[in-house]
Design a protein around this ligand. Structure first.
Ligand code: GLN
Length: 455
């Protein structure tokens, strides 16, 4: 994989940092184990992995693709990194993303763009475009991402890879740089459903250091994926989300989606249409709740504790407040600033009830929609993204058009339910299409089975 990285990186640019020495050392340590020790490790032992640069790695620079963290070397590992190390999975490097995971194209990285391996003139999606592109280009067999509103699944759709957002609390967030804490979730990126399942079993399960971690063992997702590979879905009830198809979805995306649904039926699944009436308001609620949490989480980048510090010019009073202002002005990009301002406004005393309070109520209605839907069906499906990969610059001038790309992925984050995207063939433009499964909370295995059957 280090060789592939060397040949593919100049055109793909999936990585912010390649940790070749660390990877080689870990691979050698794995090779040196006795057969008995190797047999006691998870199946993925020895398989290398790329890590979204939103997850902290001890001794390896971690930036969240922001100038404000440039040069920061974490003194500790995220829980997921500890677990990968315990499983003897070598770390290939840190992958590119939209700054602080805010975006849908990786164009908001402070450092460089990542190119979609399917068409280098197009975006790989975002925010985890680097992890998805690295896996799509065979630079890494596996990667980790973070998903707050679709940042694992939408890049999966746009690059023809598998991307999973586990149940909220199913994978520890300790050491994941916080974007919007009530929505953030770490999850797998891979080329097959079974690979993601095996990876979820390595990284998942309870962690005392994350207060929102579910105090249960990781779900049996690999067994479900293996069961799915047999291709028999008799007895499974699948719900087509009425609000997430048709108008606004590219015809080629809708066509591949419809064909995949037909395949599910062929394998014995019963398919019905289900309505989640409040999804209409999901994007609106997300773009109030998410920036509110962003504005609060990003307050810690104050020039004192991490990374960048910019002192005011000499003619400006040399106060801590001014230092903070100059640091944040220089260190944050435009999109991050936009969200900090939006969130600060939504949380301000006079507007709190009107904006944040209303958005939280909408969130509850969406959670209830999902509960009602799962009384009727086992698993829900929709296209992952309304479009295939778009061209660089196409949506950067108009933040709203960028935000709209997440229409199908955001609801699962608001409800905390598990969801995944798998490749569903190519659209008329020759670019990959993603098919999304959504399962009930803490029932991740329910989506792994049909996903493995369909891929
Ligand atoms: N694209 C979405 C956003 O810009 C989701 C980001 C994410 O999941 N980290 O907020």
């Amino acid at each position: 994989h280090l060789d592939v990285i060397e040949s593919a990186e100049p055109s793909v640019q999936a990585f912010l940092k390649i940790s070749a020495d660390v990877a080689r050392e870990q691979a050698d340590a794995f090779d040196a184990l006795s057969d008995e020790d190797k047999a006691a490790l998870p199946e993925l032992a020895g398989v290398p992995i790329a890590i979204k640069d939103m997850i902290v790695t001890k001794g390896i620079e971690t930036t969240a693709a922001s100038r404000i963290l440039e040069g920061w070397v974490p003194p500790y590992d995220a829980t997921v990194i500890e677990r990968l190390k315990a499983a003897h999975m070598p770390l290939l490097g840190k992958t590119n993303l939209d700054e602080f995971a805010q975006g849908s194209s990786t164009e908001h990285s402070a450092f460089h763009n990542t190119n979609n391996p399917w068409d280098l003139d197009r975006v790989p999606g975002g925010s985890g475009g680097g992890s998805a592109a690295a896996v799509a280009a065979f630079e890494a067999p596996l990667a980790l991402g973070t998903d707050t509103g679709g940042s694992i699944r939408q890049p999966g759709a746009l690059t023809g890879t598998v991307g999973v957002k586990p149940t909220y609390g199913g994978v520890s967030r300790y050491g994941a740089i916080a974007m919007a804490s009530s929505l953030d979730q770490i999850g797998p990126v891979s080329r097959t459903v079974l690979d993601s399942a095996l990876l979820q079993e390595v990284i998942g399960g309870n962690d005392r250091r994350d207060s929102t971690s579910i105090p249960e063992p990781v779900r049996p997702v690999a067994a479900a994926a293996r069961e799915g590979l047999k291709g028999d879905l008799k007895g499974l009830k699948v719900g087509l989300i009425k609000e997430l198809q048709g108008e606004g979805f590219q015809p080629g995306v809708q066509a591949r989606f419809d064909e995949s649904v037909a395949l599910l039926k062929e394998m014995g699944a019963e398919v019905v249409e289900v309505s989640l009436p409040h999804l209409e308001y999901a994007l609106g609620a997300y773009y109030i709740i998410m920036p509110s949490e962003v504005s609060s989480n990003l307050a810690r980048y104050d020039g004192m504790r991490y990374g960048l510090r910019v002192m005011p010019p000499e003619d400006v009073p040399q106060t801590a407040a001014n230092m903070m202002a100059y640091t944040r002005e220089a260190g944050f990009g435009e999109e991050v600033k936009r969200r900090i301002i939006l969130g600060t406004y939504a949380l301000s005393a006079g507007y709190y009830d009107a904006w944040y309070g209303s958005a939280q109520k909408v969130r509850t209605l969406i959670i209830e929609d999902f509960k009602r839907a799962f009384e009727q069906v086992d698993v829900l499906v929709s296209p992952t993204s309304p479009t295939t990969a778009f061209r660089f610059g196409e949506k950067t001038e108009d933040p709203m058009s960028m935000y709209l790309n997440d229409i199908a992925t955001i609801p699962a984050n608001l409800a905390g339910v598990p969801a995944m995207s798998i490749p569903a063939g190519l659209s008329d433009d020759g670019l990959p299409v993603g098919f999304q499964f959504i399962a009930p909370q803490q029932r991740d295995e329910v989506m792994y089975k049909p996903a493995a059957a369909l891929e």
